[in-house]
Design a protein around this ligand. Sequence first.
Ligand SMILES: [Fe+2]
Ligand SMILES: [Fe+2]
Length: 273
Amino acid sequence: MRILFLGDIVGRAGRSAVIERLPGLRERWNLDCVVINGENAAGGFGITEAICDEVLNAGADAITLGNHTWDQRETLVFIERQPRLLRPANFPPGTPGRGANLIETRSGARVLVVNVMGRLYMDALDDPFAAVDQALDDCPLGQVADAIVVDVHAEATSEKEAMGHYLDGRASLVVGTHTHVPTADHRVLPGGTAYMTDAGMCGDYDSVLGMQKEEPIRRFLQKTPGTRLEPGLGEGTLSGIAVETDDRTGLAVRVASVRLGPHLEETWPQFWD
Ligand SMILES: [Fe+2]
Ligand SMILES: [Fe+2]
């Protein structure tokens, strides 16, 4: 199977890059499954139902979220009727929506998509390791699921690496999101799980984490109230990881980083071209 995971969509720049480029990439690389983190898709803060539909229609099979899940209040309602939109699984019991779901992709594959949030330097939540265990026990790789994609939305690289090794051999891909800066450590772990500490973002990289630079710089210089953070308006770059899995085991065979657009050095899975 061929899986593409893209990091946090930030604002219109990120959305436009996804909507313009994803249909072509799906076809060119013959992708079986596309998962994208969409927690900053609506003006940098959360996701609306209209944007969710737009990203799914562009070729995403599932969308994951993170600490910005509820920034748009309508998400509390529409997440219940959108099985392809996932919020962190380790939110408290009774939280609307789902943290994991077995998705049928456009190619007919059954992919378990799991979203969890780390706890270091983030909100206090339930144990993300226990939450993933539960999701994977319900839907084992190679038996119920053809592939398993886990988005670990976390600040600390240590927590994301620990999760990768903890799930090694049980998931097809464990990928971090949230920092908006891609890491260079994409690889297949010894047990066969593809791993990358952070997928980066889909957005304008001539920015501070996708936001126009002036206000973030000002906040580091002055401790006075400022203005709202606004997403960068320049051309967006797609950033993430491409994974090829073994059809029998569901484990990863090879990986490549994906960066397409201005500002970052471009890279893509040449073994699919
Ligand atoms: Fe984000
Ligand atoms: Fe985040």
